[in-house]
Design a protein around this ligand. Structure first.
Ligand SMILES: Cc1cc2nc3c(=O)[nH]c(=O)nc-3n(C[C@H](O)[C@H](O)[C@H](O)COP(=O)(O)O)c2cc1C
Length: 203
C-alpha cells in the first residue's frame, strides 16, 4: 500500500505536520510505503489555466510538481493537511490542488461533465486535516470544506475530515491528546478502507 502525506504548512514541526504524521502512523506500523511531502520545500508554480493539459492529462509546467504527479498516480491513499490562513487553506495547498487540474477531462460538448483520471482505475482514498488557532469552527472557515470538495472532485473518496481548533504555536496541538489520538484513529480507518477496497477488487 502506498500513502502520501501532503502538508501545506511551511512550519515543518507545526501542528499540521504533527497530525498528518499521526494519521500516517498506522500505515508505517504495518510496513506500508509512506512519504511525507512538505509543499513548502518544493518549487512549483500555480496553475496558468493554459489548458495545455486538456488533451493529454499532462501539465506542461516543468517543475517539482512533475515527480509529485507520478507519486499521486501511484498512491492508494493521500492525506492532505493544511493550516487555516484567513479562513481557508494555505496558498501552498491551494497552489498544489490547482495544479491537479491536469487530472481532469471535460466533455467537449458540456463542461459540466467531467471525470478525473483517478476514476478510471483503482479507487483512491483520502483523509483531510485542517488546523486553526481560534476556538470555533466558524474561524476555520473553508479550510476543511475547500480541501475536501476539491479532492472529491478529483476522484478521491474522503474517508475522514478532521478539523483541529485552538492550536496556534508550532507543536501546540500536542496539548490536545484527543486530537492527536483522533488523527491516529482516522489513519486506522483510512487504512482499513483501502484494505477493504483491495479485497473487493480481488474477490
Ligand atoms: C497568515 C495566517 C493566517 C491565519 N489565519 C487564521 C484564521 O483565519 N483562523 C484561525 O483560527 N487561525 C488562523 N491562523 C493561525 C494558524 O492556522 C495556526 O497557527 C495553525 O496552528 C498553523 O498550523 P501549522 O503549525 O501547521 O503551521 C493564521 C495564521 C497565519 C500565519
Amino acid at each position: 500500500m502506498k500513502v502520501l502525506g501532503i502538508i501545506g504548512s511551511k512550519r515543518k514541526k507545526g501542528n499540521t505536520t504533527i497530525l498528518v504524521n499521526q494519521a500516517l502512523k498506522p500505515f508505517i506500523e504495518n510496513g506500508d510505503t509512506c512519504e511525507v511531502i512538505h509543499l513548502g520545500s518544493l518549487t512549483f508554480e500555480g496553475c496558468y489555466g493554459c489548458e495545455g493539459c486538456a488533451k493529454t492529462n499532462k501539465c506542461v509546467l516543468k517543475d517539482d510538481m512533475q515527480p509529485l504527479y507520478t507519486k499521486l498516480r501511484e498512491a492508494d491513499a493521500v492525506i492532505l493537511g493544511s493550516p487555516t490562513y484567513f479562513y481557508n487553506m494555505s496558498s501552498d495547498m491551494k497552489k498544489f490542488i490547482d495544479r491537479c487540474y491536469c487530472f481532469c477531462t471535460f466533455s467537449d460538448d458540456d463542461r459540466s461533465q467531467w471525470i478525473s483520471e483517478f476514476e478510471n482505475g483503482k479507487p483512491k482514498y483520502a483523509g483531510i486535516i485542517a488546523v486553526c488557532e481560534q476556538n470555533s469552527v466558524d474561524d476555520m472557515g473553508y479550510t476543511a470544506i475547500a480541501m475536501k470538495d476539491a479532492w472529491r472532485s478529483l476522484g478521491f473518496r474522503n474517508v475522514f475530515v478532521q478539523g483541529a481548533l485552538k492550536a496556534f504555536r508550532p507543536g501546540e496541538i500536542n496539548s490536545q491528546p484527543d486530537q492527536v489520538e483522533a488523527a491516529y484513529k482516522n489513519g486506522v480507518r483510512l487504512r482499513e478502507t483501502v484494505k477493504l477496497a483491495r479485497k473487493a477488487v480481488k474477490d
